[in-house]
Design a protein around this ligand. Structure first.
Ligand code: PEP
Ligand code: MG
Length: 594
């Protein structure tokens, strides 16, 4: 048996086998706390300033080499450099060395704690983010002071990066071509670590609780981003098995990648559009490379996060026009800002809600802040003159909200028209169906818009009552729950009855077990993470609508998730014998997560 097998949440698929290299170990427990002799105080203060300067010059060097995939994170490094230059933190720490005779690392710890105490009570996301940045910067200085800084020169070749947490700045420092995979203690499905790993196309696991106690630098580790496992020092036999699995996965990925530009057409000639979900405009290359036929969901809020100011119309328009032009004539669906819940922008402060997931988020937030909303609507409209652009509103709960949102859009159009600025007057407008209320009135909503896009991530959360980020209840997060399937069917039928198209852009669209059922329902398009597109297109190309409709009828007659799961599994193994190894790994992942 391997020394240890740890479990985590897979945020990017694939298998990496290599030596572990730790950065950002949580060194707080080992922070030396000593009183220095009065005669040594000046030297200790010098040491403190030297450590600040050294970290600052390291970050300045890093800033010069931000790779294209992580360009948006360059600003964060800039912020950290400014903090190191600001004498407030180093000055407060130097005072503790002078007045109490504390060693430099301890003095800095006290200076940071003072700031956390002073600002911790203020419930403002901007201040909270800045405090986290202060902590990141101080950690680096302390690591330098106690000789525990990440010695990147120690990373001679490619390695698997292990960390308590991983900031985008850390990744940039590491030279992305040397990273074979990631594993971290912190982070969830939607954390930066996951987004970065997917952008870089390497396997990654987050939420691996026991990582720091169980893995040492140089240990041979397997990151299994298919089954959600980290195997520490595997036996010969385990290693052989993983080498085989990795080789299989690589071969499988190569095979499906070769076919990914082919249309997603079933044996019996039904076409489904397979589009991509993106968070950053930089992901476009990956969309095209993986055979994405358009962008079915652009999560525009990411361009508002990780910064202290708000983007203005010019900045947004430039970004959006670039995206629309590069993708043209392919479709790009812009989703208007889905802020709130766990995604706050500093400039608006936090709302202090007891239950933010049910609070002022998404379209509700935009309707309450029309100035912000209109700037974005104008930018999207301007982009519509350069490509095949659609717009959709998230978290719609009723007809009135749609009408209000469309009224702001009409106003933005009127302004542009008066100003002589070009836009597409017929830009399609849709809504996301992600609340049970919207499902129940889908037939009314269908008459208000040009298309629907079903957001199953939230729809499952709000219908089964399970927080999508809470691992304690993740076993309840069931895409194949009879209620979920019935709701999707209801929405698809209502859309088609009204003669509009319906797409699905939640994670369900990248689940090979669910896709045949969606086909059976007659979904017009799906939108998923770019890396999953080749596999899903292959599934579609290997199936036929007749079987999918039969499967749908069978699952709709089932009363329990387990019965549906069994049926779906039988179907997968019957129709996709080549994929059995791949699917078995995915099933292990589901079991590990529950
Ligand atoms: C969804 O809710 O399914 C969805 C696609 O939106 P997001 O994951 O951005 O909330
Ligand atoms: Mg959603």
């Amino acid at each position: 048996m391997a020394d240890k097998i740890l479990t985590g949440i897979s945020v990017a698929t694939g298998i990496a086998i290599g030596k572990a290299f730790f950065i950002n170990r949580n060194h707080k427990a080992h922070l030396p706390r000593q009183i220095v002799a009065a005669s040594l105080v000046p030297r200790e203060i010098d040491k403190l300033h030297e450590a600040f300067t050294a970290v600052e010059s390291e970050l300045s060097a890093t800033r010069e080499h931000v790779p294209a995939e992580l360009k948006d994170y360059g600003l964060l490094i800039e912020t950290h450099i400014l903090m190191l230059k600001d004498p407030k933190l180093s000055g407060a720490a130097a005072d503790y060395i002078k007045t109490l005779g504390l060693n430099a690392a301890w003095a800095l710890e006290k200076a940071v704690s003072d700031q956390e105490d002073a600002f911790g009570a203020i419930n403002d996301p901007y201040i909270r983010e800045r405090m986290q940045d202060v902590r990141v910067v101080a950690d680096k200085v302390q690591a330098k002071l106690i000789g525990k800084e990440t010695d990147l020169t120690g990373m001679s070749g490619r390695a698997i990066i292990m960390a308590h947490d991983l900031t985008p700045a850390d990744t940039v420092e590491l030279q992305v071509d040397k990273i074979m995979g990631f594993a971290t203690v912190c982070g969830g499905k939607t954390s930066h670590t996951g987004i970065m790993a997917r952008s870089l196309g390497i396997p990654a696991l987050v939420g691996a609780d026991r990582l720091e106690d169980s893995v040492r630098d140089g240990d041979l580790v397997v990151i299994d981003g298919l089954s959600g496992k980290i195997v520490v020092n595997p036996t010969e036999a385990e290693l052989e098995d993983y080498n085989e699995r990795a080789a299989f996965f690589e071969e499988y990925s190569r095979k499906i990648k070769r076919q990914c530009q082919l249309p997603a057409e079933t044996f019996d000639g039904s076409r489904v559009q397979v589009m991509a979900n993106i968070e950053l405009v930089e992901e476009v290359a990956s969309v095209i490379d993986n055979g994405g036929e358009g962008i079915g969901l652009y999560r525009t809020e990411y361009a508002y996060l990780n910064r202290t100011d708000l983007p203005d119309e010019e900045e947004l328009a430039e970004k959006y026009i670039d995206l629309a032009s590069v993708m043209s004539p392919r479709k790009v669906v812009f989703r208007s800002l889905d802020l709130g819940a766990d995604k706050f922008i500093s400039a608006y402060g936090e709302l202090n809600e007891t239950n933010p997931a049910m609070g002022l988020r998404a379209i509700r937030f935009c309707l309450k802040n029309p100035q912000l909303f209109k700037i974005q609507l104008r930018a999207i409209l301007r982009a519509s003159a350069y490509g095949n652009v659609s717009l959709m509103f998230p978290m719609i709960s009723g007809v009135k909200e749609v009408r209000q949102a469309k009224a702001w859009l009409a106003q933005a159009k009127a302004e542009l028209r008066r100003e002589g600025v070009a836009y597409d007057p017929d830009m399609p407008v849709g809504i996301m169906i992600e609340l049970p209320a919207a499902v129940m009135i889908a037939e009314y909503l269908a008459h208000e818009v040009d298309f629907f896009s079903i957001g199953t991530n939230d729809l499952i959360q709000y219908s089964i009552g399970v927080d999508r980020t809470n691992h304690h209840v993740s076993y309840l997060y069931q895409p194949l729950h009879p209620a979920t399937l019935r709701m999707i069917k209801l929405v698809v039928d209502a859309a088609h009855q009204a003669g509009i198209e319906v797409s699905l852009c939640g994670e369900v669209a990248s689940d090979p077990f669910c896709v045949p059922i969606l086909l059976g329902m007659g979904i017009d398009s799906i939108s998923l993470t770019p890396q999953a597109i080749p596999g899903i297109k292959r599934i579609i190309r290997q199936t036929n609508m007749h079987d999918c409709r039969n499967l749908l009828n069978e699952v709709l007659a089932c009363r329990t998730v387990s019965r549906i799961n069994n049926l779906v599994m039988e179907n997968i193994f019957k129709y996709f014998p080549d994929e059995v190894t791949f699917f078995t790994s995915l099933l292990e992942n589901d079991e590990a997560a529950s």
